[in-house]
Ligand binder design. Structure first.
Ligand code: C5P
Length: 687
């Protein structure tokens, strides 16, 4: 996940390959609640791992449900339910900004407290406290539920109270408004089987029900848990007498159809010619309404094929065709259409989206503001948005996209990085990219796994310097701060030295050492394994750092054939969103066109001291004088060698970090980057 203040995306020129979607948020949080209300244990597979499901899991755990994660598969959970009986009667639950947790838990706990007694408080983020819940409160109170609005009337936080033995008034139909959010109706449908007795329970929907497909998800999942709901049109729903939640034993969560929309769009915009964008985890058999987004994408020009559990998308008509659509059935995925509209031959008008105004943010206002920054013309109304693409390629702007703590704003906006396909060529900045964690923590990794950028557009930050100058630590910290890939080129020479030792090849046997370098089976750890390295499947992270390995590296690195053998491997590390590369010749030989070149110049004395401290902390005893002599001998060899000698590139910025700690060095390099990043240069050029 990109846990950084902003992520710069280079201009992207194509997309192809396969993406496996995380589980659907709507399904995940519904089945969690149903499993919690049922008796016995439910095995949930492919559950979404995100902020919104984390708050639901946390709430269920607090309420006394059995919540256990599968040992081998992080998306596998085992939920042991309460069988409709409260295990404790008081709790204070924090539900973040998860509407799919707040609404159904409010209904569930209101009914349980009213009949079994208790007091439950539900809170969320500041934005959650601005998202309406009054219609649900108004539906529950006439049944005999006691609900205190602890903040503004009609909004969370709420307290749900009651005494044991309380009775619910269920003879008359329960009335709920359906025209602000369908989640109120879904919440009642999920919770009311708790109160099923000898009679029908009827819910009447007032006003035109919006987002019907989400209600269909609710009904389909209730059916999986043994609860049949009769429906008359979309205005009356009846729960049969004697309904009880019955666990299906095991259940697989489909991939998120709303999340699929970004990849459908990427295919429609950027998968031209050869291979398509293939999406796995959701397909033609989906129970999610947002799957209908595929039809809208087709209407704009996408070529889509699909089957059970998969979708394949290619570019069809190009440019895309402007679209007029009533998006009432697909409110979430419709946001993606607003961004696809940037690539259309005329304006697109999306109506039926009043609900956008009460989502994670006011999505109509947010979308209008951000698309305008990119150069589009946008007209907005209470329940519609109309987007006209930038009139010409030169009208696209390098925009810093505000994301409003709204995962969908961030994911949608990323599609504007394909602007070269509209003739433009501008990088894109996504502010607070971490907000995608709400439903798709690895979204940007997934997108960048499919997207192509011209190598020249992928920024490189080269950090060269002598042995023990702190390059490695500095490079890793800078890469983390920018969300860039990291190339520790020294590790390639070190691994080559190790491989030679393993195979009994002498270090001056140039052809054989070069052959080893060319066939190096080296793997760098990602994510949780970052910082670890495997050679031929063996974890060599510690061996690589040994002094002896460094010495061997210094010898093999002087061999021209070895350097040539490792060249391609290093170039291949230049992948979007960018690369931080450290070594001796990053700025001079491997990436001569690097965006920023830094050369470290710490004194030999200081470097020997640092290395000494490092070794002591590992329990290895050495003396400073020997270390210093060693360093200087290696530097000397690196400086004097015929190929790629250690020296600053003509355009490198020198950083003497002798008197700086690591944070100060990082701040200095990031300051230089801020001035020179492609985004900054483009913004100035186009201002
Ligand atoms: O940076 P590190 O100490 O891991 O590098 C080990 C050795 O590999 C260095 O002493 C140097 O001789 C060699 N090297 C190189 N070119 C690079 C990186 C490292 O010659 N780009």
């Amino acid at each position: 996940m990109f846990d950084i203040p902003h992520l710069d995306l280079p201009p992207l020129v194509g997309a192809c390959g396969t993406v496996r979607l995380p589980g659907s948020k709507s399904i995940s949080n519904r089945v969690l609640l149903l499993a919690a209300l049922a008796a016995g244990t439910t095995e949930l597979h492919d559950l979404l791992d995100s902020d919104d499901t984390a708050v639901m899991l946390g709430a269920l755990r607090t309420l006394g449900c059995g919540v256990a994660r599968g040992a081998r598969d992080a998306q596998h959970w085992r939920i042991t339910g309460l069988a409709g009986r409260l295990a404790l009667h008081e709790a204070d639950l924090f539900l973040g900004n998860a509407g799919t947790a707040m609404r159904p838990l409010a209904a569930t706990l209101a009914l349980l407290a009213a009949t079994q007694g208790g007091s439950f408080t539900l809170r969320g983020t500041a934005r959650m406290h601005e998202r309406p819940i009054g219609d649900l409160v108004d539906a529950l109170r006439p049944l005999g539920c006691t609900i205190d609005e602890l903040g503004a009337p009609g909004y969370p936080p709420l307290r749900l109270r009651g005494r044991p033995g309380g009775q619910l008034a269920l003879e008359r139909p329960i009335r709920v408004r359906g025209d602000v959010s369908s989640q109120f109706l879904s919440a009642l449908l999920l919770a009311l089987p708790l109160a099923a007795g000898a009679h029908d329970i009827t819910i009447d929907v007032e006003g035109e029900l919006i987002s019907r497909p989400y209600v269909e998800i609710t009904l389909a999942l209730l059916a999986r848990f043994g609860i049949a709901v009769q429906r008359e049109g979309w205005s009356r729903f009846t729960i049969a007498p004697g309904s009880t939640y019955r666990s299906p034993g095991a259940l697989h969560v489909e991939g998120d159809a709303s999340s699929a929309s970004y990849f459908v769009a990427a295919g429609a915009i950027a998968a031209a010619g050869g291979a398509p964008v293939r999406i796995e985890g959701v397909g033609s058999d989906s129970i999610q309404g947002d799957i209908a987004f595929v039809d809208a994408a087709r209407a704009m020009g996408a070529r889509v094929a699909s089957g059970p559990g998969w979708i394949e998308v290619r570019r069809g008509r190009w440019p895309l065709t402007g679209l007029t659509i009533d998006a009432t059935p697909i409110p979430d995925a419709a946001m993606t259409l607003a961004v696809m509209a940037l690539y259309a031959d005329g304006p697109s008008r999306i109506t039926g989206i009043a609900s956008w105004r009460v989502k994670e943010t006011d999505r109509i206002a947010a979308m209008a503001a951000e698309l305008r920054k990119l150069g589009a013309t946008v007209v907005e109304g209470p329940d519609f948005i109309e987007v006209s693409p930038p009139p010409a390629a030169r009208d696209w702007r390098a925009a810093a996209i505000e994301t409003y703590d709204d995962h969908r704003m961030a994911m949608c906006a990323s599609l504007a990085a394909f602007n070269p396909l509209a003739g433009a060529h501008v990088p894109l900045r996504i502010l607070d990219p971490r907000c995608v964690a709400k439903t798709f923590p690895e979204y940007f990794e997934a997108l960048l796994g499919l997207a192509q950028a011209a190598p020249a557009d992928v920024p490189v930050l080269a950090i060269d310097g002598p042995t023990a100058s702190g390059k490695g630590t500095l490079a890793a910290a800078v890469a983390r701060a920018l969300g860039f890939h990291l190339l520790d080129s020294g590790a390639l020479y070190r691994a080559t030295g190790l491989a030679a030792a393993w195979d009994g090849v002498t270090l001056d046997d140039e052809p054989r050492v070069a052959a080893l370098a060319a066939a190096l089976q080296l793997r760098f750890g990602q994510g949780d394994d970052a910082g670890r390295t495997w050679l031929r499947g063996r974890d060599v992270s510690d061996e690589l750092r040994l002094e002896a390995t460094g010495l061997a590296a210094s010898r093999v690195s002087a061999l021209p054939a070895v350097r040539a053998a490792l060249h391609g491997l290093q170039l291949a590390c230049r992948r979007a969103p960018g690369l931080v590369a450290d070594g001796r010749d990053m700025g001079t030989v491997v990436f001569p066109g690097a965006t920023l070149k830094v050369f470290l110049t710490a004194s030999a004395e200081k470097r020997a001291e640092r290395r000494h401290k490092q070794l002591i902390s590992k329990g290895i005893s050495t003396n400073i004088a020997d270390l210093r002599a060693d360093l200087e001998a290696r530097d000397e060899r690196d400086r004097k060698r015929a190929v790629a000698p250690l020296k600053p590139a003509a355009d490198a910025l020198l950083l003497d970090n002798s008197a700086l700690d690591i944070d100060e060095s990082v701040a200095c390099v990031l300051g230089w980057w801020q001035e020179r990043s492609p985004f900054e240069l483009a913004r100035r050029r186009l201002a």
